[in-house]
Design a binder for this molecule. Structure first.
Ligand SMILES: [Zn+2]
Ligand SMILES: [Zn+2]
Length: 149
């Protein structure tokens, strides 16, 4: 593991970087997985593909990551996605929320381009997706990150 602030290798169990003294997870200049420098607003490391996390507010969940239980600070809510699917599913908003943009676009376009006629089948499709979400049949978003219950 590497310090996100200075890029020096640090002990995975350490809570502070011995090189620059910041809390683990603080900073956004280096990848914590490979230690290469990354752009501060990058979500994913261009060198190793590892998910990057912003320093602010992340230090807490990063402690969980270091303890062996992966923490996903950007987890989407299963309940929110399920409710969106059931209430306004024909607009595909739940799929955009989960990152399934292609599926959401199909639902939205069919609904809009048919002046609402297509909203019925799209709504049924989305209703099924909503039920699958709420019944724990859909457990991951488009990035492969587990949904938050
Ligand atoms: Zn450091
Ligand atoms: Zn990396």
């Amino acid at each position: 593991m590497y310090c996100r602030n200075c890029g020096k290798e640090i002990d995975p169990k350490a809570s502070f970087c011995v090189n620059c003294g910041v809390a683990v997870g603080t900073g956004n200049s280096f990848c914590q997985n490979c230690g290469q420098s990354v752009t501060p607003d990058a979500q994913v490391c261009i060198h190793c593909g590892h998910m990057l996390y912003g320093g602010r507010g992340y230090a807490g969940s990063y402690a969980g990551y270091a303890n062996g239980s992966p923490a996903y600070p950007l987890q989407k809510s299963r309940i929110a996605a399920g409710i969106l699917a059931i209430l306004v599913g024909s607009l595909g908003i739940h799929n955009f929320y989960l990152g399934y943009n292609a599926r959401g676009t199909v639902q939205l376009l069919v609904t809009v381009l048919t002046c609402g006629v297509g909203a019925v089948p799209m709504g049924i499709w989305a209703l099924v997706e909503g039920i699958m979400l709420l019944c724990n049949s859909t457990n991951y978003d488009a990035r492969g990150i587990p949904l938050k219950d």
